[in-house]
Ligand binder design. Structure first.
Ligand code: GDP
Ligand code: GDP
Length: 433
């Protein structure tokens, strides 16, 4: 899926615009998962074209000074990672020095970018926008993120510029993405995994996006590693902000089947790691959590158990995820880690025959039917797995609207108990019979 990044100074209206575009979908996601979410990453679509949207400003917290120091890096990263960029400016402020700086960076890149002049809430302000031609663009878009006017024209041209979704090459090999915060040990893990320093940190400019999969055959497992730009460009950008690790994770995660989430045992499973976890979950990707640097942790009888319980608490309700404790330095459980990732891949590609599914699930449903609502009895008569790339199931009911979230979770748990979807998000739909 294409990635669109919104860049611009603080307070020009980036997050207002972002929220307008993803509102509808986010509401749905929230109702289903009930989990905390990253408010700066979401999916949107326009004219039938889907894209991921990243509000880069959302990751830069702090004063204007901090932003100024980071702006080059932020825009560069957007140029590296996004397929198209929305550059937002504020008609109330007019052209600022920082706007000129950003414009120059964008002009020098080959990435399509769209200049959005925001806060044009009424026609009086349309004329004020003219001065933005001085940023050297052929065209700009006047809009009001608050009332929505003008956004359609921008989106029409934006999605036009996005690459057509090339049919993904059908591969039966698992595609793994190794993700996590800076310094968790991702590159060390990859090096240990594939032997040799295949992932040497290099700075080859203009490395193309086209071949992001590399096939490896290790320990008798064949798999593809989805390259993460973060590894390649490590020496170039000091990745000290959440923004960088999350943004770099987005593309890798969207392209993988299984996200191998590396966390640093000495740092715990904090909000930033969780963001990456939910990113994978919301994309319906398989997940393996590796707790790395386990050699550095002082261990007592229950240390592993307790650490595991602590992580599971953070990832509720999606707790059916494998957690492997490793030490890359001591080469401990690297094999186990990859073996687990392969199992998760198999779970994600699992197809259950409709007859088998009904044989297992219908008696369970009969024994514990959905609670009656307003004296109406809900009957589920049939279920089937849907032909999606990730496990999803449709349960057919006479009154689908009466089947609530807790019961769906019950169904999901029963599916997990009976069919092993360890590490894989499972989606349940209740449909009208
Ligand atoms: P960000 O820092 O770029 O993400 O900016 P925000 O989205 O937080 O917006 C900054 C301020 O500008 C908020 O007070 C918004 O309500 C306001 N704002 C955003 N869009 C518009 C708009 O289209 N018109 C007007 N008048 N104000 C807006
Ligand atoms: P990345 O930024 O996630 O790719 O992290 P690196 O692979 O560059 O590792 C960051 C630091 O952690 C390096 O100094 C590694 O040597 C160190 N490191 C990685 N794995 C382990 C481990 O299992 N144990 C210990 N003690 N250090 C590790």
């Amino acid at each position: 899926m294409s990635i669109v990044a919104i860049v611009g100074r603080p307070n020009v209206g980036k997050s207002t615009f972002f929220n307008r575009l993803i509102q509808r979908r986010e509401a749905i996601v929230d109702a289903v998962s009930g989990v905390t979410r990253d408010r700066h990453y979401g999916k949107s679509d326009w004219n039938g074209k889907k894209f991921s949207l990243i509000d880069t400003g959302g990751y830069v917290v702090g004063s204007d000074d901090i932003f100024e120091a980071e702006i080059d890096k932020q825009v560069e990263l957007a140029i590296d990672e996004a397929d198209a960029i929305i550059f937002m400016v504020d008609v109330e402020d007019g052209v600022t020095g920082m706007d000129q700086e950003v414009a120059e960076l964008l002009r020098k890149s080959k990435k399509p970018f769209f200049l959005a002049v925001n806060k044009v809430d009424n026609s009086n302000r349309v004329n004020d926008a003219m001065e933005f031609y001085s940023l050297g663009v052929e065209k700009y878009y006047t809009l009001s993120s608050i009332n929505g006017s003008g956004t359609g024209e921008l989106l029409d041209d934006l999605v036009e510029a996005l690459p057509d979704e090339a049919e993904k090459e059908e591969t039966t090999l698992p595609r793994f993405a190794v993700v996590g915060r800076p310094n968790a040990g991702k590159s060390s893990f990859i090096n240990a995994l594939i032997g040799k320093d295949r992932f040497v940190v290099t700075d080859i400019a203009g490395t193309t996006r086209d071949s992001i999969d590399t096939t490896y055959n290790q320990f008798g497992f064949e798999f593809n590693l989805v390259d993460t730009a973060g590894i390649r460009k490590k020496s170039k950008v000091k990745e000290d902000l959440e923004f960088y690790s999350v943004m770099r994770s987005v593309r890798a995660i969207e392209h993988c089947d299984v996200a191998i989430l590396v966390c640093d045992a000495t740092r715990g499973f904090d909000g930033q790691v969780q963001n990456i976890f939910w990113l994978a979950q919301r994309n319906n990707k398989g997940i393996v959590i590796l707790v790395n640097k386990w050699d550095l942790v002082e261990k007592e009888t229950n240390t592993t158990k307790e650490f595991e319980a602590y992580i599971r608490k953070q990832i509720e309700p999606f707790v059916d995820v494998p957690i492997v404790f490793i030490s890359v330095t001591n080469k401990q459980r690297i094999y186990k880690a990859i073996e687990t990732a392969v199992e998760v891949f198999k779970n994600r590609s699992k197809r259950i025959k409709t007859s088998e599914l009904n044989d297992v699930m219908l008696p369970i449903i009969q024994a514990y039917p959905p609670p009656a609502i307003k004296a109406k009895y809900v009957k589920i008569k049939f279920c089937t797995q849907l032909p999606t790339p990730f496990p999803s199931f449709a349960f057919f009911a006479n009154l689908p609207q009466y089947v609530k979230e807790p019961y769906k979770r019950f169904l999901e748990n029963k599916l997990r108990e009976n069919f092993d979807f360890n590490g894989v998000p499972v989606t349940i739909f209740i449909r009208k019979k």
